[in-house]
Design a protein around this ligand. Structure first.
Ligand SMILES: [Zn+2]
Length: 122
């Protein structure tokens, strides 16, 4: 199992409705600028607003993406642990579960009763 950490964060594509909203914002901004006859520096203001909203949305969606990945990782780890964790402690016979043992690492845990070290079988 590789534990490569995802460092390279790729540009997040905004969901389609948001792209539409961005486009609509641009059109609205252009309309206001044309109506007010405020091309300069109005066009710069519009570009800045558009950039800011896009950055904010991308930040928001990348956060969501990260949270989802973290939850998936947690679930996967739980399943993997429950697959090899014995139901009773081989040392003291106490009942064990993924939730009650003290996890000391991804594949190691301590029995909550006798502190015996439990390890994922190789
Ligand atoms: Zn024990």
């Amino acid at each position: 199992m590789s534990k490569k950490k995802k460092n390279d964060r790729e540009e997040i594509e905004l969901p389609y409705p948001w792209q539409r909203i961005q486009g609509a914002l641009w059109l609205l901004g252009l309309a206001v600028i044309a109506w007010q006859d405020w091309w300069w520096p109005g066009i710069l203001v519009l570009a800045a607003i558009s950039g800011l909203t896009q950055a904010a949305l991308q930040l928001y969606f990348s956060r969501q993406e990260e949270a989802k990945t973290a939850v998936n990782e947690q679930t996967r780890l739980q399943q993997e642990r429950s697959a090899w964790l014995p139901s009773v402690c081989p040392n003291c016979g106490g009942p064990l579960s993924v939730a009650t043992v003290n996890w000391t690492g991804p594949d190691t845990a301590d029995c909550p009763y006798c502190k015996a070290n439990l390890k994922k079988p190789a």
